[in-house]
Design a protein around this ligand. Structure first.
Ligand code: ADP
Length: 251
């Protein structure tokens, strides 16, 4: 297990946002943290990322105890920063060089930009990018230190369907290199496509944890039926069929 979380709790003053959750993440899987706003996903994520303190519980990341070796953990993880954290007037190449310097890593910026399909934007300034390009760039920055684990917090929010699918391919590609991915999302179709397993959180607790397929089968086995007759396609399928999978100028 590359991540182990045992009885994790987090209180903000009197309010307990995370109420004793336990889960493990296997090496090389894409693990989804799902749940409505306020469920405690970001709190849990930021504790694992060493960015927020916990109230109690035990966490190990890559074999390192979070309490004892947070600096070792920082070296083996990639954290997606909120995109507003980038200097808007710097070129992508300059930004990558800046981050590589911060991580003390000697990397080839163009190779990294190629990985996220942004090599033709190398000399563009950050603020000129589209939403999808900004997200791809922020994922590139998580890969600078060649991490074992990448944390992605709602990476596709606000993107058009083409850009979203392109980002799914990128995330699957990162996993295929052996990297473990922890992702939060509000899109259940996305979780179904990407995640090997999902933990569904609500009000500070994990209410279910399994493979998406198994959770769906369990629901059906309990006698659940869709209210409307289900069709074999949805509006997003129509949209993609009509407008294609290809990335657009600006996606
Ligand atoms: P999610 O990511 O699932 O939306 P969060 O972890 O952001 O959930 O928040 C869980 C709960 O903790 C929410 O009720 C939120 O208002 C509260 N919370 C988050 N951060 C703080 C904070 N710094 N101070 C006080 N309450 C907070």
């Amino acid at each position: 297990m590359i991540i182990s979380v045992d009885n994790l709790r987090k209180s903000y003053g009197e309010f307990e946002a995370v109420k004793g959750i336990s889960f493990q993440v296997k090496q090389g899987e894409i693990f989804g943290l799902l749940g409505p706003n306020g469920a405690g996903k970001s709190t849990t994520l930021e504790i694992m990322e060493t960015l927020r303190s916990k109230t109690s519980g035990h966490v190990t990341i890559g074999g390192y105890d979070l309490d004892k070796h947070p600096d070792e953990i920082k070296k083996i993880i990639g954290v997606q920063l909120q995109t507003s954290g980038f200097y808007p007037g710097l070129k992508l190449l300059e930004l990558i060089e800046l981050f590589a310097g911060l991580y003390n890593r000697d990397i080839e910026p163009m190779t990294l930009l190629k990985k996220v399909n942004l090599e033709d934007k190398a000399k563009s300034i950050y603020k000129s990018l589209s939403g999808g390009q900004k997200q791809r760039f922020s994922i590139a920055t998580t890969l600078i230190n060649d991490p074992k684990i990448v944390f992605l917090d709602e990476p596709t929010t606000g993107l058009d369907p083409q850009a979203r699918r392109n980002l799914w391919d990128l995330i699957l590609d990162i996993r295929s290199q052996g990297t473990t991915v922890i992702i939060t999302t509000h899109y259940m179709d996305e979780a179904e496509v990407l995640c090997d397993r999902v933990a569904i959180m609500d009000a500070g607790l994990i209410v279910s944890l399994d493979q998406p397929e198994k959770l769906i089968d369990e629901l059906l086995a309990s006698g659940f039926e869709k209210q409307k007759g289900t069709k074999g396609a949805n509006l997003e399928d129509v949209f993609i069929q009509l407008t294609g999978h290809a990335l657009r100028q600006g996606s």
